[in-house]
Design a protein around this ligand. Structure first.
Ligand code: NDP
Length: 494
C-alpha cells in the first residue's frame, strides 16, 4: 500500500494524475507523495462499487454485521499505527489521536456492526382493512463520498460505516492532504474480508477527483463533510445529477455562560472546547457569550489558562496543542485574527504564530479575542483555528438571540446551574447538538449533524440510516376480489 493512491475492487493501485505531497505540518517535511487519481480511476472505483452492490445489499444483516465486526477486530490490531499516521499527516497531538480519534472511530465501527442487524420501521398491519402494508428499508446503491482533513480517519468511518452497514457500496475521496489513515482503513477492510468493491477509496484534489465522483451517473447518493462553500457547490452538482444528498458543513458554535454558571467549569470548558484539534473542529466553541456580571472574570480566567497550554511536537505525550493541519490553514487563521484586530477587536491571549523552534511548523498560539462586533467576520465566519471570541450579554433573551445570530447551526452549549434556563436554551438555540455544562463530547449512539448553513442529515447513530436507506411501502391485497372497494371511483357502482 505504501505507494498506492487508491483501493479499487479490493486491490491497491496508483493514480495517473499529478503528484500530490503529504506534508507533516509540525515540521514542513514530506511524509509521502502519491499520484492523484484521475477520472479513469474514479470510473473504475464506481464500476467496482456498482458491481459489488447486488451481492452486498442482498447479504443477510447477520453476514454484514459479521464482516463489520471483523473490521473492528482488524482496526483494534493497528490502533497505534493509525494514531501515529494520523498525527504525522495532521499535526494533531498524539494524545488526541490515541484517546479520541482512533478509539472513537473504532467504536463507531463496532456500533454499526451491531446496528446493521437492527433497521427499524413501522409495524406491518392492515391499515386499509383490505391490504397488508409492509415497510421495506432498502439500500440506495453506490454512495459517492468526500471527507475533510481535520479528522481524516473518523470522518471516513462516519461516512463509510452507516452506508455499508445498510447494504450500500461506497467510493470515498479523503482530502488530498490527508490520505494515509483512510488507505489504512481500506487495508483493514481487505484483511477483514469485506467483499471487493464494497469499499473503494480514491485520492486527489476536490475539484478534479472529487467532482468526478459527484458528477457520475453511477452514484445514487452524495455524502459530504467540509466547508459550507464547497458543500453548496456539491449540492448544485448533485441537483444536476438528481442524487440524494447529505451535507455536514461548517459550524460556529456559541458557548453561552449564564450568570449562575459554575465559572471555573465554564473557563476550563471554554479553553478545552475551543482548542481541541487546534480548533479545527466543526463543533469547537468559537463564540463565548458571557453574562456581563461574570465577563471580566471569564476573560481573565480563559486568557490565563490559554497561556498554560503547551505547544510543541505532536508526538510528545506532553504536548497539548499541535500545529494547524497545514500552512495554508495557519495563514487563513492569522489573516482572520489580523483583520479582527484592525477592525477594533483585541487579542488578550495569543494572536500570533509562535517563534523559536516552532516557527518551522504551522503553529498558532491559543487566542482569545474581545471587543469584536457581533457582525464582524471573526464572530460570524468559521475560523477553524485555536481562536475564541468572547462577548458580553445582559439578559437571557439577548444571549439566545446572539447565539442564533450566525448562518450556522451545528452545535452549541449552555452553562448554567438552573434547570429551567438549561431547558430553555436547549429548546431555543438552533443547533444540531446542544450541550449543557459541557461542550464537545460525541457518542456513537447519538446523531451528529447540522441545521441552517451547517447542512442537513445525520452522521453516527441509527438516525444516519435515514440518509443511507430508502423506504418502500409494499401493499398486498387481502380480498382476492376482482372489484376492489375503491374501484367505485372509476366504475359506476354495480
Ligand atoms: P473543503 O470543503 O475544501 O474540503 C473538504 C473536502 O472537499 C476535501 O476532501 C476537498 O478535497 C473536497 N473538495 C474541495 N473542493 C471540491 C470540489 N469542487 N468538488 C468536490 N470536492 C471538493 O475545505 P477546505 O480544505 O478548503 O477548508 C476550508 C474551510 O472549510 C475550513 O477552514 C473550515 O472552515 C471548513 N471545513 C469544515 C470541516 C467540517 O468538518 N465541517 C472540515 C474541513 C473544512 P481537497 O482538499 O482534496 O481538494
Amino acid at each position: 500500500m505504501s505507494e498506492s493512491s487508491n483501493y479499487i475492487g479490493g486491490v491497491f493501485g496508483t493514480g495517473q494524475g499529478p503528484e500530490q505531497t503529504v506534508i507533516n505540518p509540525a515540521t514542513g517535511e514530506t511524509v509521502r507523495t502519491y499520484r492523484a487519481d484521475d477520472e479513469s480511476s474514479v470510473a473504475a472505483a464506481l464500476a467496482a462499487a456498482r458491481d459489488a452492490f447486488p451481492q452486498w445489499s442482498g447479504a443477510t444483516p447477520a453476514d454484514r454485521s459479521a464482516a463489520l465486526y471483523a473490521l473492528f477486530t482488524e482496526l483494534e490490531k493497528v490502533a497505534e499505527e493509525l494514531a501515529q499516521a494520523e498525527t504525522s499527516q495532521t499535526g494533531k497531538p498524539i494524545r488526541l489521536s490515541r484517546e479520541f480519534d482512533v478509539p472513537g472511530s473504532i467504536d463507531n465501527v463496532a456500533f454499526f456492526a451491531g446496528a446493521a442487524r437492527h433497521l427499524t420501521g413501522h409495524a406491518s398491519a392492515e391499515y386499509s382493512g383490505d391490504h397488508t402494508s409492509t415497510i421495506r428499508r432498502q439500500a440506495i446503491g453506490v454512495v459517492g463520498s468526500i471527507s475533510p482533513w481535520n479528522y481524516p480517519l473518523q470522518m471516513a468511518v462516519w461516512k463509510i460505516l452507516p452506508a455499508i452497514a445498510a447494504g450500500n457500496t461506497i467510493v470515498l475521496k479523503p482530502a488530498e492532504t490527508t490520505p494515509l489513515t483512510t488507505l489504512m482503513l481500506a487495508e483493514a477492510c481487505g484483511r477483514a474480508d469485506i467483499p471487493a468493491g464494497v469499499v473503494n477509496i480514491v485520492n486527489g484534489p476536490g475539484p478534479t477527483t472529487g467532482e468526478a465522483i459527484v458528477r457520475s451517473p453511477l452514484i445514487s447518493m452524495t455524502s459530504f463533510t467540509g466547508s459550507t462553500a464547497v458543500g453548496r457547490h456539491i449540492a448544485a452538482l448533485a441537483a444536476g445529477n438528481g442524487t440524494r444528498l447529505h451535507l455536514e458543513l461548517g459550524g460556529k458554535a456559541p458557548f453561552v455562560v449564564f450568570d449562575d454558571a459554575d465559572l471555573d467549569a465554564a473557563i476550563q470548558g471554554a479553553v478545552a472546547a475551543s482548542l481541541i484539534n487546534t480548533g479545527q473542529d466543526c463543533t469547537a466553541a468559537t463564540r463565548a457569550y458571557v453574562h456581563r456580571s461574570r465577563f471580566d472574570d471569564f476573560v481573565s480566567g480563559v486568557a490565563e489558562l490559554m497561556g498554560k497550554v503547551r505547544l510543541g511536537d505532536p508526538l510528545d505525550e506532553d504536548t497539548d496543542q499541535g500545529p494547524l493541519a497545514s500552512f495554508r490553514q495557519r495563514d487563513k487563521v492569522a489573516g482572520m485574527v489580523e483583520r479582527a484586530v484592525q477592525a477594533g477587536a483585541r487579542a488578550v491571549a495569543g494572536g500570533k504564530a509562535p517563534g523559536g523552534d516552532l516557527a518551522a511548523g504551522a503553529y498558532y498560539e491559543p487566542t482569545l479575542i474581545i471587543e469584536a462586533e457581533q457582525k464582524s467576520e471573526i464572530v460570524q465566519q468559521e475560523v477553524f483555528g485555536p481562536v475564541l471570541a468572547a462577548l458580553p450579554f445582559d439578559s437571557d433573551e439577548e444571549a439566545i438571540t446572539l447565539a442564533n445570530d450566525t448562518a450556522f447551526g451545528l452545535a452549541a452549549s449552555a452553562w448554567t446551574t438552573n434547570v429551567f434556563r438549561a431547558q430553555e436554551a436547549a429548546r431555543r438555540i438552533d443547533a444540531g447538538t446542544v450541550w449543557i455544562n459541557d461542550h464537545i463530547p460525541i457518542i456513537s449512539e447519538m446523531p451528529h449533524g447540522g441545521m441552517k448553513s451547517s447542512g442537513y442529515g445525520k452522521d453516527m447513530s441509527t438516525y444516519s440510516f435515514e440518509e443511507y436507506t430508502q423506504i418502500k411501502h409494499v401493499m398486498a391485497d387481502l380480498t382476492g376480489a376482482v372489484a376492489k372497494d375503491w374501484h367505485r371511483t372509476i366504475f359506476r357502482q354495480r
